[in-house]
Design a protein around this ligand. Structure first.
Ligand SMILES: Cc1cc2nc3c(=O)[nH]c(=O)nc-3n(C[C@H](O)[C@H](O)[C@H](O)COP(=O)(O)OP(=O)(O)OC[C@H]3O[C@@H](n4cnc5c(N)ncnc54)[C@H](O)[C@@H]3O)c2cc1C
Length: 468
């Protein structure tokens, strides 16, 4: 019994929320995206305020309802992965963070809307549809509300393996469509054909189009450039995959990543990986650590000659900054991959050799250590390895940079705790140019039991086939 509890509950640390590292506010284009979300929610207030006969509580109730719709619409728009929008958020990882926050904040907004019953009697309101249609839409919205709470519950639990979680996540469009229909048909202070009507209808439409586009087009039809697998090497828990372009190759910068959709049995789900080869190389190289059910399949799949759709490039992670001559790269585990593309590329004029601090499990068992040591022997990086036992801590920075880090560009990628601690440490030692890359797009709470659940399911062939 105790082991069943510990399987589902995991350790106390599995439920901890790792507080993100908040950067110093620097005015840049990256603020425009979050600003657009906040201002579109705040602006909605003016659609409901000042309505004759509508009391304050009812105004709030209607505004909370509209805010919930607008936030959900943003969440769908951000999940559509429009690469031109990246510049307004500072990369796809920040867009996914905004996607999660917008989705999460839509829930309390909806709860507040439903808990504060608006008093519409005597207020100057316009019907969005006939009474019967509006009542039926309200019933649908109530069903959608329950569905939404259930989906959110499933969404934040890590226990559910990604490939099942992804299906539950796709269903979010249904409660959104129900809520939007209710909002459109309900009594409101404005007519649906008025500027406010068009404003909110624009959000509802954009959200629904983004959801349909993401679920029925982007996730089903192959996107991106076509490549084929020309070389594969499996060493320990890492696979090196080399892809040759079938037509025009991808144009990318070191530090960027792409979604790979491999045309082989059980490998068709798109997964994000950092491009480990330099932009000047003919082929693309990826190093993929076996961390779960999809990546565990790699060594057991015949990959040579398989067609691969490479969707991207995405991301704004820049290991080398043009405005600094000193770079420090801090990587933990698989977080080393976004730095690999920079190893063979020329550094900007006057740039010193980047210092790489790499926390890995073991020097002998990590196939990437050999690659890094070869780069270090050519003078491309100043490599400092921290295998388990020799900890990479904030104090390491004092030893390596006794004069502070004011003039350094610091780029970090790896486990959330390491990235947060080291970014804060670099900041407190004077670094102002700090970049981080987040490898966990899903996030959530509780233990990750994907492997154990996968193993159990693999013993039931019918379930295995259905899951893929
Ligand atoms: C920007 C970025 C760059 C990355 N670069 C690399 C890299 O170069 N090398 C490497 O080994 N790993 C990289 N990863 C991590 C890699 O994408 C996941 O480890 C991999 O997708 C795990 O899939 P799985 O099914 O084997 O494991 P699972 O156990 O199913 O998933 C583990 C976790 O990986 C994430 N994940 C799983 N599937 C997807 C998906 N389809 N899309 C998005 N996230 C998913 C989820 O957070 C999930 O909880 C990167 C991730 C991101 C976001």
């Amino acid at each position: 019994m105790k082991s069943v509890f510990s399987f589902f509950l995991g350790r106390r640390s599995d439920w901890h929320l790792t507080a993100p590292w908040i950067r110093m506010p620097r005015i840049s284009l990256h603020w425009l995206g979050p600003f657009a979300i906040v201002s579109s929610v705040v602006a909605g207030w003016f659609a409901f305020t000042g309505t004759t006969g509508l009391n304050q509580a009812s105004t709030f109730s209607m505004w909370f309802g509209s805010s919930s719709i607008v936030l959900m619409a943003w969440s769908f728009i951000l999940a559509f992965r429009v690469s031109v929008l990246e510049r307004f958020w500072g990369g796809l990882d920040s867009m996914y963070r905004a996607h999660r926050w917008a989705g999460a904040l839509a829930i309390p907004a909806m709860l507040l809307h439903t808990q504060i019953e608006p008093r519409t009697k005597g207020a100057q309101l316009v019907a969005g549809a006939s009474r019967n249609v509006a009542d039926a839409a309200e019933d649908l919205a109530e069903t959608g509300e329950l569905m939404l709470y259930g989906l959110v519950g499933l969404s934040i639990l890590r226990l559910i393996p990604y490939r099942w979680w992804k299906w539950t996540h796709k269903l979010f469009g249904v409660p959104f469509a129900f809520a939007s229909w209710h909002f459109y048909t309900a009594l409101k202070p404005y007519d649906n054909a008025s500027p406010w009507g068009v404003w909110f209808a624009g959000f509802m439409l954009a959200g629904i189009i983004a959801w349909i586009g993401r679920v029925f087009i982007r996730d089903t039809v192959g996107q991106g450039s076509e490549y084929s697998v020309v070389d594969v090497e499996h060493t320990g828990t890492v696979s090196r995959i080399e892809l040759a372009p079938s037509a025009k190759p991808l144009d990318f910068e070191p530090g960027q990543f792409a979604f790979l959709r491999i045309g082989a049995d059980r490998m068709r789900e798109p997964h994000p990986f950092s491009i480990a080869s330099g932009p000047s190389a003919d082929n693309l190289v990826f190093y993929i650590r076996h961390l779960g059910d999809w990546s565990d399949n790699l060594p057991h799949t015949e990959l040579i000659s398989s067609k691969v759709r490479v969707e991207g490039p995405y991301g704004h992670f820049t290991p080398v900054s043009g405005s600094h001559t000193k770079s420090v790269w801090i990587a933990g585990g698989v977080g080393i991959t976004p730095f690999l593309a920079s190893l063979d590329e020329p550094l900007p004029g006057g740039h010193e050799t980047p210092v790489l601090l790499y926390a890995c499990k073991s020097v002998d068992a990590d196939p990437l250590v050999e690659l890094l040591q070869a780069a270090a022997s050519k003078g491309r990086i100043d490599l400092r390895l921290f295998p388990s036992g020799s900890r990479l801590t904030p104090e390491t920075l004092d030893e390596l940079f006794p004069d502070g880090m004011d003039d350094h560009h610091v780029a970090l990628c790896g486990p959330a705790g390491l990235v947060r601690d080291m970014a804060m440490a670099a900041s407190s030692r004077g670094a102002r140019s700090i970049e981080t890359e987040d490898f966990d797009m899903r996030q959530g709470f509780g233990p990750d039991r994907s492997r154990e659940i996968n193993e159990a399911v693999s013993k039931v062939p019918v379930l295995t086939r259905a899951a893929h």
